[in-house]
Design a binder for this molecule. Structure first.
Ligand SMILES: [Zn+2]
Length: 473
């Protein structure tokens, strides 16, 4: 089990100078290394139909004369074979360019020695932190060039401005790095920075080992996030057989945050709206100040802190809601939401002579505010975590058709987003539309765990509804 524990750092003045200095150096290094990668990427990229597949068309020697062809290993490798001999040895020769492709990560890692010679300020930085910067570049380039499981890649990596590079990582920390200083205060021993006091508000759980530490800049100061791991704790969630009594369906929505199949309507709390109001007022004031002036900077700081407050309030509320939802059930059925689907525009409604009729899009755009967007994905994660912690279970259900079908008789009752009421002409069900969805989600969820060939509303309709009643308008 891998967890993240975050603590507030309370560095001394001299330490915070070092930390912000390192962050700036790391940002410069990141941008420089990213530029190297992107230059090469642009120079060697050709149209697909003219691409020689595995060989760069531009002679690589011409583009990068300062990339040596071979790299000579300076010490024995850490990995060992079955006889205990290191797999790679000191003095081994490794090619830097294979089939015309530059092995960028190793080349850039090896080049750090040169960087330190040219720019002595890099010597002040811990070597592993600097190496981690290059690994970050590698990750962003991988995300950009290599498609994921769904065949998608992320966008072209961006150079990071001063306020967009906010953390650096120690890839190897351990529990012994958390110590008490001479005054008995809890500190983290960050190599090359020293003992930095921290607010140790919760202990690292027993048997969990600290793996890495990331120092993060936030609106109200510095934080450190440890990844901790205990391999003996299983990640799997409990296998509970859901029944009608021990489970509940939940429909997440924009008007009500969540509606459960017990008929509980969870509203978005008022304090979100209040903070939003305060935020918009501050933003109006900010717009009147001249940019980068002192009052502008002060206001900017206030806005950043308010954003932080809103995010924290939201997370806290979501945790409370998750515990509340699990308080009287074992299994929760949830729509397998894709954020993209939620944010999609409403379907256009056409009148009899081809004009556009109101389709509720303006109302939806208003609701698509950041508050709702970001929160659902996060809420699902919170629910999963809480389920794991309580030994309960989350089952995701295909969301297709859950708002358009009747939960009782499964016949189709089409409605636009603005229609909030579900009334079925087939079986006479009359109830709130989201409540209907929640009940339907539970029904489909239960069916999917009992019968193999039912996975969605569509398959359930096919299995239970006679042919003629499927075609209801
Ligand atoms: Zn019905």
């Amino acid at each position: 089990m891998l967890l993240k524990y975050k603590y507030k750092l309370k560095p001394h003045k001299s330490q915070s100078v070092i930390i912000s200095n390192w962050l700036e150096i790391a940002r410069k290094q990141y941008n420089y290394r990213l530029a190297e990668r992107l230059n090469w990427f642009e120079a060697t990229r050709t149209p697909v139909n003219a691409c020689p597949l595995n060989v760069s068309v531009v002679p690589v020697e011409g583009i990068y004369q300062n990339i040596p062809e071979f790299r000579i290993q300076t010490r024995d490798g850490r990995k060992k074979d079955s006889n205990g001999n290191p797999i790679t040895r000191k003095g081994d020769k490794h090619p830097n360019i294979i089939n015309g492709y530059v092995v960028w990560e190793t080349v850039q890692l090896a080049d750090l020695a040169q960087t330190k010679k040219l720019f002595p300020e890099y010597k002040s930085m811990h070597s592993q932190v600097l190496q981690d910067v290059i690994q970050r570049v590698q990750t962003t380039m991988d995300n950009f060039t290599l498609p994921d499981k769904k065949g998608k890649t992320s966008g072209r990596p961006k150079f990071k401005g001063k306020h967009y590079y906010n953390s650096f990582s120690y890839p190897q920390l351990s529990n012994t790095n958390i110590v008490k200083n001479a005054n008995g205060r809890c500190c983290v021993n960050l190599p090359k920075i020293g003992l930095v006091p921290l607010v140790f508000n919760r202990p690292i759980p027993d048997r969990f080992k600290v793996k890495t530490g990331t120092v993060i800049r936030e609106a109200d100061g510095w934080y450190i996030s440890f990844t901790i791991e205990d391999k003996s704790v299983p990640v799997e969630v409990a296998e509970i057989q859901p029944t009608e009594q021990n489970s509940k369906g939940i429909d997440l929505g924009l008007l009500h945050y969540a509606v459960t199949s017990d008929g509980e309507f969870v509203e978005v709390p008022k304090f979100f709206r209040l903070s939003e109001h305060r935020l918009s007022k501050l933003q109006v004031r900010l717009a009147k100040k001249s940019k980068h002036s002192k009052p502008w900077k002060i206001l900017k700081g206030k806005i950043a802190k308010l954003h932080q407050l809103i995010a924290r309030q939201r997370l806290d509320w979501q945790f409370k809601l998750a515990y509340h939802l699990f308080s009287d059930c074992q299994v929760i059925f949830l729509e397998d939401l894709l954020l993209a689907n939620l944010l999609r525009r409403c379907k256009a409604k056409l009148g009899s002579n081809g004009q556009f009729l109101p389709n509720g899009q303006s109302a939806k755009s208003g609701l698509n505010k950041s508050l709702q967007d970001a929160a659902f994905g996060q809420f699902v994660q919170v629910l999963e975590y809480v389920a794991w912690k309580l030994g309960k279970r989350i089952i995701k259900v295909d969301p297709k058709g859950t708002s358009q079908h009747c939960w009782e008789c499964l016949s189709k009752v089409p409605k636009s987003l603005s229609e909030r009421w579900h009334s079925c002409s087939n079986c006479g069900q009359e109830l709130h539309r989201d409540y209907n969805s929640a009940l339907l989600i539970q029904k489909i969820g239960l069916l999917s765990t009992q019968e193999e060939d039912i996975t969605s509303v569509k398959t359930a309709v096919r299995a239970f509804l006679p042919e003629e009643s499927r075609a209801l308008p």
